[in-house]
Design a protein around this ligand. Structure first.
Ligand code: GDP
Length: 378
């Protein structure tokens, strides 16, 4: 999928950089161009991307702190500048735009929905977002911001691919190491999804450990299958797992099915998200080790597990000793993790208001974050 990325805010810029670097390293050429936007000058300085500083008149390059309403305001004020910078990047070959942001902060949280709305007004290609949810141990301001941002994004963007910061964190990582390795994992998984529709010739993919070469020009999963899977909009998630493969395809029936189970049951970007409206299964591996029977069984299992009759599937032939399963899930708003998150956001909002106004505020906030309200959006 020929993609232009726009990172908004600190997390947005870093994750966009990780995705663009991974795509470049692998020679996928799915990421055609990238831009980073922020109201904090310092957060743009070390990014190897073209950048736009917004809100200079208001916050003088110092950022909006955790104020996502101010984040939305500065994006609105300077949207023309961002759109102009993107005008040089989005062209007739572009198949999708991804706006990337951490939803718990200020600039990305407030700015991403405003930018998505603006881009949808201008372009016909799908405007997707990658939204990073704060982990459980992040403060209540982050939770409340993310709840509010998520609801707006779900309305404005064509799909919101959610990544929970707790999902791919390794225990024992420090916060800084944690972020770097989470970003790397996001880049590999989402990067593979973007590449899945691209014809690839003779390049090293680096999956499953050591370098691997893919020497066939083939596009087994088509970009349109990714777009059709995301067509209904709403919230999406991605799951990933990889396992060592046997030399012989017949021995890999169970490897394909068990890796797919792992991808969906323990490897998703949104833990416990399995019920979905539509899904896409991409199985990557060396063509002579990929078991057709295994892929077909895995696809049927994904149908059962997601409760969706709309499960697309295909292979991604690579020269590698591993077999990897990537599962894109679309329409995951009913998942327990979303409910839990929206409750947490509601509590956080209520706690903040309680400081000013005890009692009624909690009921108001809880009511404003009812899950059925999120459901109503779709
Ligand atoms: P902004 O610059 O005002 O948009 O705020 P941030 O991007 O710092 O947003 C804060 C949220 O993003 C918090 O939930 C952070 O945990 C998360 N975050 C910040 N940096 C990163 C990063 O590099 N990677 C990931 N995955 N999350 C990040």
């Amino acid at each position: 999928m020929k993609t232009v990325l726009v990172g908004v805010g600190q997390a947005g810029g870093k994750v966009t950089t990780a995705l663009a670097e991974y795509d470049d390293e692998m020679g996928f050429h799915a990421v055609r161009d990238a831009l980073a936007v922020n109201s904090a000058k310092a957060d743009l300085q070390n990014l190897p991307l073209e950048t736009v500083l917004i809100g200079q008149d208001v916050v003088k390059g110092h950022g909006v702190g955790g104020d996502n309403e101010l984040g939305a305001e500065v994006m609105q004020r300077d949207a023309d500048e961002v759109v102009n910078a993107l005008g040089d990047k989005i062209d007739s070959a572009t198949e999708a735009v991804f706006v990337v942001a951490g939803l718990g902060g200020g600039t990305g949280s407030g700015g991403a929905p405003v930018l998505a709305k603006e881009l949808k007004r201008i372009y016909d290609v799908p405007i997707y977002t990658i939204g990073i949810l704060p982990g459980r141990d992040e403060g209540s301001l982050y939770q409340a911001n993310a709840g509010r941002s998520l609801k707006t994004l779900a309305r404005e963007a064509d799909s919101v691919l959610l990544i929970d910061n707790d999902a791919w964190r390794e225990s024992g990582d420090s916060v800084a190491e944690g972020m770097a390795s989470i970003n790397e994992r996001i880049a590999r998984r989402v990067g593979l999804l973007l590449a899945a529709g691209e014809p690839i010739e003779d390049r090293s993919l680096g999956l499953g450990g050591g370098g691997v070469d893919r020497d066939v020009a083939q596009s087994v999963v088509d970009t349109s299958e990714v777009i059709n899977t995301l067509r209904k909009g709403g919230l999406a998630a991605v799951g990933y797992a990889e396992s060592p493969a046997s030399e012989d395809a017949d021995d890999n029936v169970n490897v394909v099915t068990s890796t797919t189970r792992q991808a969906l049951l323990t490897g998703t970007s949104l833990p416990d998200a399995t019920a979905a409206d539509a899904a896409l299964l991409v199985v990557a591996g060396r063509p002579d080790t990929l078991s057709r029977k295994g892929v077909e069984r895995a696809r049927s299992w994904v149908e059962e597990e997601t409760g969706s009759m709309e499960v697309r599937g295909g292979d991604f032939p690579l020269e590698t000793d591993a077999i990897s399963s990537l599962v894109l899930l679309s329409g995951v708003e009913r998942s327990p993790r979303i409910k839990e998150f929206m409750n947490r956001a509601a509590e956080a909002q209520a706690d903040a208001r309680d400081e000013r106004d005890e009692g009624a505020a909690k009921r108001d906030a809880a009511a404003s974050f009812q899950n059925d309200e999120l459901d109503d959006l779709f």
